[in-house]
Design a protein. Structure first.
Length: 136
């Protein structure tokens, strides 16, 4: 229990020290937090689309967020290059959701640079689904 309390108090201390008390850096901070939120939403959307497809077409059950990408790749829904970019991105969800004190800027920048792979993911899913119009 003390470990959990330590984690929460560390997170609160971080929030005060890194956000509230550093108003001068607020624009940069807001931009970073907004990017974190955008990446988080993209990860959730990718997972939701993947889970819907996996359920509708009765593919094997994923064991993790990264496994969703592996299943879609194994079932030839998405290409290898898209899978290789999205796999670490969806695995990054855990870090975004649980690690409040780390700086994520480098990872966020990488995902922002690879945003076109998200659009490729959408296009590849649509192409795959065009062969199964009544299944989904």
């Amino acid at each position: 229990m003390t470990d959990a309390l330590d984690e929460v108090s560390q997170a609160l201390t971080y929030l005060v020290q890194e956000t509230i008390s550093r108003v001068t850096d607020m624009d940069r901070l807001i931009a970073t937090k907004a990017m974190e939120r955008l990446v988080h939403i993209a990860i959730e959307a990718i997972a939701d689309i993947g889970n819907l497809l996996i359920d509708a077409l009765i593919m094997r059950d994923p064991a993790s967020y990264a496994d969703i990408i592996d299943i879609l790749h194994d079932e030839t829904v998405i290409t290898t290059d898209v899978a290789e970019v999205l796999r670490p991105m969806v695995a990054f969800r855990r870090t975004l959701m649980q690690d409040y004190t780390s700086k994520h800027a480098a990872s966020l920048f990488l995902y922002a640079q690879n945003a076109h792979y998200i659009q490729q993911f959408v296009e590849q899913v649509k192409n795959y689904l065009s062969a199964y119009p009544e299944s989904v």
